[in-house]
Design a protein around this ligand. Structure first.
Ligand SMILES: Nc1ncnc2c1ncn2[C@@H]1O[C@H](COP(=O)(O)OP(=O)(O)OP(=O)(O)O)[C@@H](O)[C@H]1O
Ligand SMILES: [Mg+2]
Length: 247
């Protein structure tokens, strides 16, 4: 297994609160790795450091063998690291297809070209519609983003990351706020990406986590107390005491 992400000895304090405390984490290529932990354990802070939104006090982050610890937030998506919970990156007044075409263009390096020839444009639109189909939005190609249901917008976000050639999807609570049916659609989508796409999943829905994850890491007070396959985590006494036992 090739290692795609390696976090070593990461620390981040806010005043007296250690949001991240000597955190070590490693993700293999193609793995769906979930990070679970109680409220305030430091899950979002971890993702923020991975996407460069928050700088760690110490420790290192390696991505695809490269030390990206000090790299800024805007440089990381170009390497293939994509935080996907932000519906805000969608252009709400444009169609599904136009949004995806933009992502395909940016990936191809055509971001600021007004004049692309008709053939290039056609092939970009074809690619864009393939990404739409991958997330179950093939019927919504011409719908404006602001006319989509919430769950559809969430799935479009994932498609945008795929269209942008994300090598690692950082998913911070992708099921939060979704109805039962929409949540099921998102779970099916994540299942369909398993094996092809490396994903770091943060999610409070334990049924979803245990059915989706290849491995689970348990975060408590900023420190990972256990990493293992779902059945190992379920059986781990420390984990039961620290977290699962509560719910
Ligand atoms: N910008 C900040 N300023 C001060 N304290 C912060 C900041 N961000 C996070 N914290 C603190 O760091 C700790 C970890 O917060 P974080 O949001 O990462 O937890 P979380 O695991 O994502 O929680 P939740 O499950 O509620 O989303 C908490 O004690 C929080 O209050
Ligand atoms: Mg959080």
């Amino acid at each position: 297994m090739t290692e795609l992400l390696k976090v070593q000895g990461l620390n981040k304090a806010y005043g007296g609160v250690k949001a991240t405390d000597d955190l070590h984490l490693s993700l293999d290529q193609g793995e769906l790795h979930a990070v679970i932990g109680p409220n305030g354990a430091g899950k979002t802070t971890l993702i923020s450091q991975l996407c460069g939104n928050v700088m760690p006090d110490s420790g290192t982050v390696h991505f695809a063998g490269r030390d990206i610890t000090t790299l800024g937030e805007h440089q990381r998506p170009h390497l293939g690291m994509s935080r996907t919970y932000q519906i805000t990156s969608l252009i709400r007044t444009m169609s599904v297809l136009d949004n995806l075409q933009l992502a395909v263009q940016v990936r191809a390096g055509h971001s600021f070209k007004f004049w692309t020839n008709a053939r290039t444009r056609r092939s970009q639109r074809e690619k864009a519609s393939i990404f739409a189909a991958q997330v179950g939005l093939e019927e919504k190609l011409n719908s404006r983003v602001d006319n989509l249901a919430h769950g559809e917008q969430r799935r479009l976000e994932v498609a945008m990351a795929l269209a942008g050639d994300a090598q690692l999807l950082l998913l911070d609570e992708p099921l939060a706020g979704l109805g039962a049916q929409e949540a099921q659609q998102m779970i099916s989508l994540l299942k369909s990406l398993k094996g092809q796409q490396t994903m770091l999943l943060i999610e409070h829905d334990m049924d979803a986590v245990f059915s989706l994850a290849d491995r689970i890491s348990v975060l408590v007070y900023g420190h990972i107390i256990a990493t293992g396959r779902p059945e190992e985590i379920r059986a781990n006494a420390d984990v039961q005491q620290a977290y699962l036992g509560e719910g």
